[in-house]
Design a protein around this ligand. Structure first.
Ligand SMILES: [Zn+2]
Length: 173
């Protein structure tokens, strides 16, 4: 969904006209700002996404069209204006910034690589840890190598504990 669709989905015509100083009457009409009239004939539709239509001058459209006509600004500026005035938090400008897209793509590639490296090391580390456990179990309590094996196991556990993917996936090891 692009930013224009998102704006049309999130803003009702009613709240947009009120934000810019219009008060719809009981029939849901306002005085048309695009032609001179004494009786309100610009219909503000209540249904989301339906927009407006003036039965006097036949102009009509979406919330974006209304803001374009009202402030005499182009489409992209209307998106920026609605985004700011209603604090929608959408990326400004109406289309994504290519530099921002490139940065996100790079960031994702780095994450994928980190995860792949972790996956590659994970199976191997699990196997080595099992082997170390077997060795420890087979040892007598006074085996001179025992403390060394325990230290190795502790270091292995530390690697598992520190690894963000390990925690994220809630893996047992
Ligand atoms: Zn009109």
């Amino acid at each position: 969904m692009d930013i224009a669709d998102e704006i049309k989905r999130r803003l009702s015509m009613d709240e947009v006209v009120r934000r810019y100083g219009f008060e719809p009457n009981r029939a849901g009409n306002i005085l048309c700002p695009f032609h001179h009239e004494k009786t309100p004939s610009l219909k503000v539709y209540a249904e989301p996404g339906r927009g407006w239509h003036c039965f006097g001058c036949d102009k009509g459209g979406s919330v974006i069209d209304f803001v374009m006509h009202l402030f005499n600004i182009p489409f992209s500026a209307a998106l920026v204006r609605l985004n700011a005035d209603f604090q929608l938090g959408l990326s400004a400008g109406g289309r994504p910034d290519p530099r921002e897209l490139a940065r996100l793509k790079r960031e994702r590639a780095e994450q994928d690589e980190a995860r792949a490296a972790y996956e590659r090391g994970y199976t191997d580390r699990c196997r080595r840890r099992r082997e170390m456990w077997e060795r420890l179990k087979a040892m007598g309590a006074d085996d001179p190598d025992r403390s060394g094996v325990e230290r190795t196991l502790a270091a292995m556990d530390d690697w598992f504990d520190r690894n963000p993917y390990c925690r994220e996936r809630g893996e047992q090891h």
